[in-house]
Design a protein around this ligand. Structure first.
Ligand code: ATP
Ligand code: MG
Length: 396
């Protein structure tokens, strides 16, 4: 008997007409992720099989746990012995060290020419298990151990309870989005939730040197690196926001600093998204969290772009966001103590009910179009992978 990894799809199986597209993408995503591990992948509409050497099983399973589109990961066994006696003995060998009080056997025959029907195979195996292991019983509704046997044309497949995968859709199947990524807790979580829906993300980060430090930028790169585990490489656009922010600070009434600053961020993000074939903007705004996230603020800020803005954590409590940040591995990085450009320019009394007319009037006080073009022209791109990142200079 040898190991085989089996993947079940979950929500993907509900895709009728274009299931092939989703499965092909999932296969490619897995293949890319396992590029350093020798493997072969085969699949049908029910599941995917990944064959790797014995010593790579654990590493492979760890990687699969971070890939969207996978509902369940099972390490099963495959054998070319198809006689019922061999099947009975193999099962016993496989379960003898497992701890369980109740079990159930489910048999499938993809080879309908097999001389014994599925029910009969299950019954025979069940009887054999009961005879050989003491203190256990059959529970057909809620068994602790589910023994699955599949009789195929040239082999028999055995598997037991699997591990949960992340679910969602394979990354890239729904196109691309641009994540406004600050060093905070919310935006990486927003990014993760978007990737989960099959959207590949690129990141955009606004920095204001020397008001913000290199450490703040490092923190965003580190967050991108965590997201890259789920997304594959993250293309991170870094925008120097200093000139725009200083102009805003100098010329605009302070209660509108944040409103105008965020309208500028939105405008720049929409252009970068457009230039990079991203269909949506994504950010970590959460209703009511700060003055710029009241409903009126959101409306006045959102007005400057036509592109849809997805806010995956808009309706989450902070504690729910923190829980998820801990689960995906971004929390410890997000809580490192480095200022970002928003926190530095927070006025004492930001407006909570801004008016669009006033925002438009105030914006006329600065040459914002020129400032935006300048910032975009100068912007830096960093490719952040799980392990190493590359700048343009490294690549060219
Ligand atoms: P987070 O919301 O990620 O915890 P934060 O609380 O510092 O960070 P907010 O002031 O709540 O950020 O801003 C709301 C959203 O705007 C962020 O979630 C992020 O998507 C975006 N944003 C804020 N600052 C920046 C920045 N410097 N660069 C890119 N996006 C930013
Ligand atoms: Mg926030």
């Amino acid at each position: 008997m040898k190991h085989i990894i089996i993947i079940k799809y979950g929500e993907l199986s509900t895709k009728k007409d274009n299931i092939n597209y989703f499965l092909k993408s999932l296969k490619n995503n897995i293949s890319n992720n396992l590029s350093d591990i020798k493997h072969t992948i085969t699949y049908d509409f029910g599941r995917m099989f990944i064959d790797v050497t014995e010593e790579d099983i654990e590493k492979t399973v760890e990687r699969l746990k971070c890939i969207f589109g996978i509902h369940e990961i099972i390490v099963g066994f495959i054998s070319d012995e198809r006689e019922i006696l061999a099947i009975k003995n193999n099962i016993l060998e496989l379960i003898k060290d497992k701890e369980f009080k109740t079990f159930k056997v489910v048999t499938k025959r993809s080879d309908k020419n097999y001389p014994i029907n599925s029910m009969e195979v299950s019954r025979t195996i069940g009887g054999h298990i009961l005879k050989n292991i003491e203190g256990i019983s059959v529970d057909v509704h809620n068994p602790e151990l589910l023994v699955s046997v599949e009789i195929r044309k040239n082999e028999v497949l055995y598997y037991f309870n699997g591990l949960s995968g992340l679910g969602g859709y394979p990354v890239g199947t729904l196109g691309k989005g641009l994540l406004m990524l600050s060093g905070g807790i919310d935006s990486p979580v927003a990014g993760y939730l978007t990737i989960k829906r099959g959207v590949k993300i690129e990141g955009i980060y606004f920095e204001s040197p020397p008001h913000t430090s290199e450490f703040a930028k490092e923190k965003v790169i580190k967050l991108s690196r965590v997201l890259a585990k789920y997304n594959s490489q993250v293309k991170l656009h870094v925008i120097n926001f200093t000139h725009i922010q200083e102009e805003i600070l100098k010329n605009i009434p302070h209660e509108y600093l944040i409103t105008i600053m965020r309208r500028m961020m939105y405008r720049i993000s929409a252009i970068i998204a457009h230039n990079n074939k991203c269909n949506i903007l994504v950010n970590g705004e959460s209703i009511g969290q700060v003055a710029s996230q009241t409903l009126t603020s959101m409306r006045v800020i959102n007005e400057v772009v036509k592109m849809p803005v997805i806010r995956p954590v808009a309706c989450f409590d902070k504690l729910e966001i923190i829980d998820l940040a801990k689960k995906i591995g971004t929390y410890d990085i997000s809580t490192l103590p480095y200022e970002d450009c928003c926190t530095i320019f927070v006025p004492d009394h930001p407006v909570i009910n801004p008016s669009s007319i006033k925002a438009e009037e105030y914006e006329k006080l600065i040459p914002y179009k020129e400032l935006i073009y300048e910032a975009i022209k100068e912007h830096e791109v960093i490719y952040v992978g799980v392990e190493e990142d590359k700048t343009y200079e490294d690549i060219l």
